[in-house]
Design a protein around this ligand. Sequence first.
Ligand SMILES: [Zn+2]
Length: 249
Amino acid sequence: MNCQQIQKLIQAHHDGELDAANTLQVDDHLADCPECFAALRQISVLSGALKNEGLRYSAPASLRQAVRSAVAQTARTEREAVRTRSWIHHSGWIAAAIAVTASFLLVENRRSHEHDHLLAELTASHVRSLMAAHLTDVASTDQHTVKPWFDGKIDFAPPVRDLASAGFPLLGGRLDFIDGRPAAALVYGRQKHFLNLFIWPAKNATPAKLQTARRNGYNIAQWSDGQMNFGVVSDLNETELRLFVDDWF
Ligand SMILES: [Zn+2]
């Protein structure tokens, strides 16, 4: 082997990686060739220098601690992120549930407000009709007079019934204003008491069952047949008011 071939093997020879035959050849050559021997020495010197402790950097304890805690912190943050994501996931459902409940309560609250408002309106109209000596626009006990009287005055035809045989004689009719629109008011008597039966078109086609309430000493009964809303107000007691409603049906 010439010097060029030997020098390609010198590093492997130095590292003890050559087989016996090659090791022998390289050793023979090195014994006679100062040039190749110098190359081996250079490798040896460099290798020794690289093993020198002074060239190694040993991390100070504080840096090691800082790295460890940074790693631990990262792991913790990851775990927390997972927990947070899970919480956000769940809290999304919770928020949705709260929103649904809140909107339900709002709707219920608004309904309840509207209902209260309507009761107040019915009562006020009843009281006004008695105070202003404006009980009837058409005074008649004849339903066939009262019903046609509404023609052309309002955009719906209210049912008119005479309940004289049940002890509630029809006294007449009147135009009124309920729930933001014109309403028919039918006036009935019961001994010295008056009843105002307000009738106006229903917004909701679903019939509403009878509800009774009391406002400022007046009894109120309300229902809807899906076409018309009915609200009757009187100072009659609840039993007699229910009697009127039963007779109306
Ligand atoms: Zn050589």
